[in-house]
Ligand binder design. Sequence first.
Ligand SMILES: Cc1cc2nc3c(=O)[nH]c(=O)nc-3n(C[C@H](O)[C@H](O)[C@H](O)COP(=O)(O)OP(=O)(O)OC[C@H]3O[C@@H](n4cnc5c(N)ncnc54)[C@H](O)[C@@H]3O)c2cc1C
Length: 289
Amino acid sequence: MNMPDFEYHAPESLGEVCALLAELGDKAVVLAGGTDLVHKMKQWKLTPQHLVSLKHLDALREIRHVPGRGVVIGALVTQNGIYTSPLLQERYLSVSQAAHQMASNQIRNLGTIGGNIANAVPSADLPPILVALQATIRLVSAAGERTLPLEEFFVGSAQSVLARGEVLTEITIPDQRATGSTYIKFGLRRSGALAVAGSAVAVTVDGDTLVEARIALSSAAPTVLRARRAEEFLTGRTISDEVLARAGVLAGEESRPRDSIRGSAEYRRNLVEVLTKRALRKAIDEGHG
Ligand SMILES: Cc1cc2nc3c(=O)[nH]c(=O)nc-3n(C[C@H](O)[C@H](O)[C@H](O)COP(=O)(O)OP(=O)(O)OC[C@H]3O[C@@H](n4cnc5c(N)ncnc54)[C@H](O)[C@@H]3O)c2cc1C
C-alpha cells in the first residue's frame, strides 16, 4: 500500500529516544505497536517524517508489584500482555478483562497500553478502569519527567497533555482500599468492536454499606468521564437495587455523548445507565472480577 515516506529510528535506550525526539521536534512521532499510527499513515491522515520506535525499550514490557507503590505496568505491555498477566489476574482481574474486551487477537498482540492511553480517544477501553482505580502515569522527556493522575491526562477527544518529545513510560495502579472493580462495555459486535458506551467502577464496600464508589465512562463524553454526581449519591448508602439503579440514572444524566454512526446520544445515555447499574452490582458482588 502507498504510504508517506519516513525515516525509521529504533534507539537502544530511553535516554536516546528522548534525545532524538528533542532533536527532531515536530517532525517525529513515537511508534509503539503501530495499530493506530500505521493505519493513519496508510490513509495519509498522518505524514510524520520520522518514526521513533520504542521496540528496544524492554524494561517497558514488564508488569510488577512494587511494595508501597502498587502495580506498575510498562507502557509497551500489549493488550494481550495485560489480559494474560498472572499479577493482574490475581489483583485486578477487572483490568485484565478490560483488555480482553478490546479489538481482535491480532490487534491485541501488537497494540500497547501506552498507545491506547496516548491516543486519548473517548472509546478507548483501558483508560476508564485505570481511572476508576486511580492510576497515575509517568511521562519522560529530555527535559525531565513528571507523574500525574491518568484522569488529568485527557483534555479533549484525541487531545491530551502529552507534550512534544514526551514518552509515556509506565502506568501505576496504587495499592488501594477498593474492594471491587469492573469494566462493562457495549459494542455492536461481541468482539472487535469499539465501545458504543462503557462503564468502569471501583467500589469500597463495608458490610452492606457502600463506603465509596468511583465511576469512569467510555464513549460518554469527549474524554473519559467521571460520573461524580452518581459517585456522591452512592457515598455511604446502604446497598440496594434501588440505590444502584438511581446511580445508573444519574450517570446517564451527567454523560455528554455525541450522535455517531455507532449510536445516538440518547441511546448511549441509556446504555450508560444500564451498564453502570450492572457494573456496580458486579463489583460489589464479585470483587475485582
Ligand atoms: C481493528 C482495530 C480494532 C480496535 N479495537 C479497539 C477496541 O476495541 N478498544 C480500544 O480501546 N482500542 C481499539 N483499537 C485501537 C488500538 O488498538 C489501541 O488504541 C492501541 O492500544 C494503540 O496502541 P499501539 O501500541 O498500537 O499505538 P501506536 O499505533 O503505535 O500509537 C498510537 C499513538 O500513540 C502514540 N504513542 C504510542 N505509545 C506511546 C508512548 N509510550 N508514549 C507516547 N506516545 C505514544 C503514538 O505516537 C501515536 O500517536 C482498535 C484498533 C484497530 C486497528
